[in-house]
Ligand binder design. Structure first.
Ligand code: ATP
Ligand code: MG
Length: 631
């Protein structure tokens, strides 16, 4: 991998030249004077003095060459609808929404909270904010009223945009009544709420003077022309709150120019998406993946983006592959949790459709276990690229970079540090660099590359304190994840530092043990947490989902323990292995280990507003009860 290694080295050692080159991938209204201003570490400002606009780069600049090409395809298996918009149509729709927002008093720098389902109007709203320089904060349409209220109070929006409802597994989810509740709870509610009616809530209450009907307002702004506001590169583009898997969500603030460059560059070098092709990202606009690779990234690259409202197994487990076939998607991006769901279904669905248009499948969001990585790679017959990133970074930290070199994939590994990131594995004890195969903290030497968060919204101090204070002698950005690098330079992520299990002084990553449990052929997926133990400090406790019904739990438990012994040694052997049919996860597919751990230690499971299915927690409770019951 000489090529890529050199490329990466140049991105660090000749940082300014490297990024000036990448910056040519976007349109600048006014050229930047300086590539990087790092006069106030760890705050990095990219492309100083340059003026640009994300919406211009996503839409306007493509009008000359591809006005009639599809830009956005909306497919809903929830409400059985498909709508598509060419770049020309998207340009019109976005200008109209920009005019609507302006008529409601939204100005440059104002915050707009977007709490919407996966419908084209959400994309219009996001892009309209970018167009006029308003700062959007998209909140995942699944957060409960209290979580939404906390975000409202932190972002202090002048406008909220929502819909009457969303739909999940064919059932309506009432967004507007939840918004009403959140506005009652918020200390500083916005003056106006713009509501798109889908007909999902016929009895939707309306607050006179505050609530504005989208369709009525849109009718008044047909044909509106709203030019792009030219923004200095470092001005804020949006705020996005982290998932909150590890506690209090942080308002990740991003810039304009650095983000545009990072996305344009990653679309070309990592995702290999060409203008005119189609990208299918199965995430939600409420998550960072949705921001970067449903909305901005593919459009900046001149691609058609697919916005899918629905789940992967309805009407059947072939729906995603059907979409790939029909729209000849060349790039697909999904999450390991979804692939594990599909793995439990009939594999024939994968053969039913022609997915030969796909060049790569990218997966991110949580560890991709080796068996799942192997399964999906074999089933698709294309490279499946695990890549690792965070809301904070906005684009990948670790990934293969096939646009520079087609390096071999190692199953279970997200490959190498992405260009621009000076990655280090540091020992927690003394901040020294770890040896090959030694588990250590994944850290980034600042400045963070373009595209990453610039600060915590409204709280510079919290940014420094949260992310840069792990070591007193070295100021590095902490990812709060454990990792190792093997002798070939491939990285493996071993779990979050606050999930670490300390067994008699041995610090084990949850991922390591989960990976070992999953090695047993009967196991589909699992979660491992550390629970207090009077003798050893902590002990691992495993919850596993089996591929088929378990006849003899004791026997399988013993086998799984033996598998762990063989992989990692007896030190990692779980205290017990409980079989459940479902794991508690957030709606973005992340295992709620903290909540499981809390239950196992008899504590309160904490904030569960984003849990996918509360029944999963009930299963954990029951399993724990059985364990403690006299045998
Ligand atoms: P919070 O920071 O509020 O607790 P969160 O960390 O769950 O929320 P995200 O930013 O969405 O929110 O998730 C990033 C985290 O997801 C990473 O730090 C890592 O733990 C995990 N992750 C993402 N991609 C991968 C991957 N490819 N392999 C392993 N872990 C991954
Ligand atoms: Mg995090």
């Amino acid at each position: 991998m000489g090529n890529y290694r050199d490329f990466h080295r140049r991105s660090i050692e000749q940082r300014d030249d490297f990024w000036a080159e990448q910056a040519k991938l976007v349109d600048w209204h006014k050229p930047f004077g300086k590539v990087l201003d790092y006069s106030r570490p760890p705050f990095a400002k990219w492309f100083i003095g340059g003026e640009t606009n994300l919406c211009h780069n996503a839409i306007d600049r493509h009008l000359a060459a591809r006005a009639e090409q599809k830009a956005l395809v909306y497919i809903s298996t929830e409400v059985d609808q498909e709508r598509s918009y060419t770049f020309r149509e998207l340009h019109q729709e976005v200008q109209r929404v920009a005019a609507m927002m302006q008529s409601l008093g939204v100005k440059k720098g104002d915050r707009v909270i977007i709490y919407m389902p996966m419908i084209p109007e959400a994309a219009f709203a996001i892009l309209a904010c970018a167009r006029i320089g308003a700062i959007h904060s998209v909140v995942f349409g699944g957060f409960a009223a209290a979580s939404l209220a906390a975000r409202i109070d932190d972002a202090r929006p002048s406008l909220m945009i929502t819909a009457d409802g969303g739909s999940r597994m064919g059932k309506a989810v009432l967004y507007k009544s939840l918004v009403d509740e959140s506005l009652r709870l918020a200390k500083n509610p916005p003056a106006k709420v713009l509501i798109y009616r889908r007909g999902l809530d016929p009895t939707m209450p309306v607050v006179a003077g505050r609530d504005v009907d989208w369709q009525a307002l849109a009718a008044r702004h047909a044909g509106a022309q709203v030019p792009c506001a030219w923004l200095e590169s470092s001005e804020p583009s949006y705020i996005l709150y982290t998932s909150g898997t590890t506690g209090q969500p942080k308002g990740v603030q991003r810039d304009v120019g650095g983000y545009a460059v990072a996305l344009a560059s990653s679309m070309k070098l990592i995702y290999r998406g060409e203008a005119g092709e189609t990208m299918f990202t199965t995430s939600d606009i409420g998550w960072v993946v949705g921001h970067s690779y449903i909305i901005y990234g593919p459009l900046i690259a001149g691609m058609t983006t697919i916005m899918y409202e629905g789940v992967p197994i309805r009407p059947d487990a072939g729906i995603w592959w059907k979409i790939v076939q029909e729209h000849k998607a060349s790039v697909m991006f999904s999450a390991p949790t979804a692939i594990r769901v599909l793995k439990k279904q009939d594999p024939a669905f994968l053969k039913k459709y022609d997915v030969s248009s796909l060049k790569h499948l990218f997966l991110a969001g949580e560890p991709l276990d080796e068996p799942t990585h192997v399964w999906i790679s074999e089933a698709l017959g294309i490279p499946v690229i695990d890549h690792y990133w965070q809301t904070e970074t906005g684009w990948p930290i670790l990934s293969a970079v096939p646009g520079i070199e087609k390096t071999p994939i190692k199953f279970g590994s997200p490959s190498f540090p992405v260009y621009g990131y000076e990655l280090k594995l540091l020992r927690e004890s003394d901040a020294a660099e770890a040896a090959p195969n030694e588990k250590a903290l994944v850290a980034i030497v600042p400045p963070l590359p373009p595209g990453c968060m610039t600060t915590v919204w409204g709280d510079d101090e919290r940014y420094v304190k949260t992310y840069y204070s792990t070591f007193s002698k070295k100021q590095v950005y902490s990812t709060f994840d454990w990792g190792i690098r093997d002798k070939d330079g491939y990285y493996f992520i071993l779990g979050r530092t606050d999930d670490v299990i300390n067994v008699a002084g041995h610090r084990l990553g949850t991922r390591e043990i989960e990976e070992a449990v999953s090695m047993h052929p009967a196991i589909a997926e699992c979660a491992v947490v550390g629970v207090a133990d009077p003798l050893k400090g902590q002990m691992p406790l495993a919850f596993a989902v089996a591929k088929a019904a378990v006849d003899d739990r004791k026997k399988l438990e013993k086998e799984v323990m033996d598998t762990v012994d063989k992989q990692l040694g007896a030190i990692a052997r779980p205290r017990a292995v409980h079989f459940v049919t479902l794991l508690p996860k957030t709606r973005s597919g992340k295992t709620l280990r903290r909540s499981i751990q809390a239950l196992a230690e008899g504590r309160d499971p904490g904030d569960l507003t984003t849990i996918e299915d509360p029944a999963a927690l009930e299963q954990i409770r029951n399993a724990l009860k059985e364990e403690s019951a006299p045998k």
